[in-house]
Design a protein around this ligand. Structure first.
Ligand SMILES: Cc1cc2nc3c(=O)[nH]c(=O)nc-3n(C[C@H](O)[C@H](O)[C@H](O)COP(=O)(O)OP(=O)(O)OC[C@H]3O[C@@H](n4cnc5c(N)ncnc54)[C@H](O)[C@@H]3O)c2cc1C
Length: 403
């Protein structure tokens, strides 16, 4: 294929996935044009990234700066806080049980984005255009992005990291299935009297999970999934009243609570594409999958998208946007994304469902996992790195048979 400008890869979108994609591609020596605005400093969310995702960030040279501003997740607990007939016992996952110090690190999105932006600035192979893509033209041998200022950029491949509404995905002609849930996530950070002991607790309620995740010091982040109307009511409360509501919900587990300024509400939904790449455009991050924030999946999965895309590009350097390369990428991402999306959506729906069989299945499932150490270990390894839990379980089984 062509040389120089033609070999460029266009990355559209400068959320965490776009920045990570640009870095990953630059690391393997591809010239990249990154298009998108500077990250919003208003994002109050935090992101829990598991150890495999952290290893990818380390390869990009961003983890060392970031680590001091994160909190390790050593224990993850699920508490059934529904008032239903059938409830599950508390399920506790300890990293130490599978020989790890922690499952991952929780970090403020603002810190993550700032560290990624700084790493992008250090890479001369990345040409960052602080603009939006205004239009796309896909051809058989190249893809062209028209920017807001009227200039154009050509590439062999475009990476759609432009979020849940992804204009690039639409330009590729990729259909999606979209589902909106009768739920919204209230997001905030808070201080508390007692130490969190690096334990994250997910309370399952009838409207969705209420998840506390440790931050450095006596601080935690909260993602509270409720009905959209309840989210509005909670947003309208003053800090003192909201702090009391949160303390009640947590059964005073962390003592007195003081919410910090800057609450936000995110509507919840799920989106999946019919395919993960087409017409020289490959989808990553929320352009490729959106689902409710249960079990810290979204960006962990986005980072696996980038890992697989970078590997595919490395194997198809002469034309990373060719149909063969796009089919290989689609084949790599499909099982992982569909399995994760299926599990998260099912768990979410089982919480919302008033039907006894759904509650029974959820409760029995969590009960079995919580009660059996080998099964717990399998789930923990699976949660960290898909496939590894089952691979280890098979190895253990083989060893037992040999003995
Ligand atoms: C409440 C909540 C809590 C979460 N917690 C976790 C967690 O603990 N762990 C986890 O792994 N995940 C979590 N997630 C998911 C995670 O936040 C998302 O997966 C992640 O933010 C998606 O990043 P992204 O870069 O794909 O998309 P976005 O952050 O949406 O970025 C899209 C970018 O594209 C840009 N853009 C749009 N249109 C154009 C255009 N035409 N041209 C150029 N650029 C364009 C936008 O400006 C933006 O910069 C959570 C999500 C929510 C809602």
């Amino acid at each position: 294929m062509g040389t120089g400008q033609d070999e460029r890869i266009i990355v559209a979108g400068t959320g965490p996935t776009g920045l990570i994609a640009a870095l990953g591609l630059a690391v393997i020596g591809m010239p990249v044009t990154l298009v998108g605005p500077a990250a919003s400093r208003e994002d109050r969310r935090t992101t829990a990234l598991m150890t495999p995702a952290l290893a990818e960030l380390d390869k990009l040279g961003v983890l060392a700066d970031l680590a001091p501003r994160t909190a390790p997740l050593k224990v993850m607990r699920i508490v059934d806080a529904t008032r239903r007939l059938i409830r599950s016992p508390v399920v506790t996952f300890r990293a130490a049980e599978i020989g790890e110090d922690h499952f991952g690190l929780n970090m403020p999105n603002r810190e993550l984005n700032a560290a990624l932006e700084a790493a992008v600035a250090r890479r001369p192979a990345i040409d960052w255009q602080h603009d939006l893509v205004a239009g796309w033209v896909t051809g058989s041998d190249k893809v062209t992005a028209r920017l807001g200022d009227g200039t154009t950029v050509e590439g062999l491949l475009a990476v759609a990291a432009d979020g849940r509404l992804s204009p690039a995905r639409e330009a590729a002609g990729i259909r999606t299935s979209v589902r909106s849930y009768p739920q919204a996530a209230l997001v905030l950070n808070f201080e508390h009297d007692r130490g969190h002991g690096f334990i994250s607790t997910e309370f399952h309620t009838e409207t969705g999970p209420f998840t506390q995740v440790p931050l450095p010091g006596n601080r935690s982040s909260l993602v509270w999934v409720v009905k959209p109307k309840t989210a509005e009511e909670l947003m309208a409360l003053d800090d003192a009243s909201l702090s009391i509501r949160i303390e009640e919900q947590m059964q005073s587990m962390l003592g007195r609570i003081a919410v910090e300024p800057g609450r936000q509400v995110y509507p919840l939904g799920a989106t999946l594409p019919a395919r993960f790449a087409r017409n020289r455009i490959a989808l990553v991050g929320e352009a490729a999958h959106v689902f409710p924030p249960i079990g810290a999946q979204g960006l962990n999965l986005g980072i696996r998208d980038v890992r697989d895309l970078v590997a595919t590009v490395a194997e198809n350097r002469s034309d990373p946007g060719a149909d063969k390369a796009l089919a290989a990428y689609d084949g790599k991402r499909r099982p992982d994304v569909l399995a994760r999306a299926g599990a998260v959506n099912l768990l979410n729906l089982s919480l919302l469902s008033d039907m006894l069989p759904a509650q029974l299945a959820r409760s029995a499932g969590l009960g079995i996992v919580g009660g059996l150490a080998p099964l717990r270990a399998l789930f923990m390894r699976e949660g960290l790195q898909p496939g590894s839990g089952f691979a280890r379980a098979l190895t253990d089984l083989r060893e037992q048979i040999r003995r």
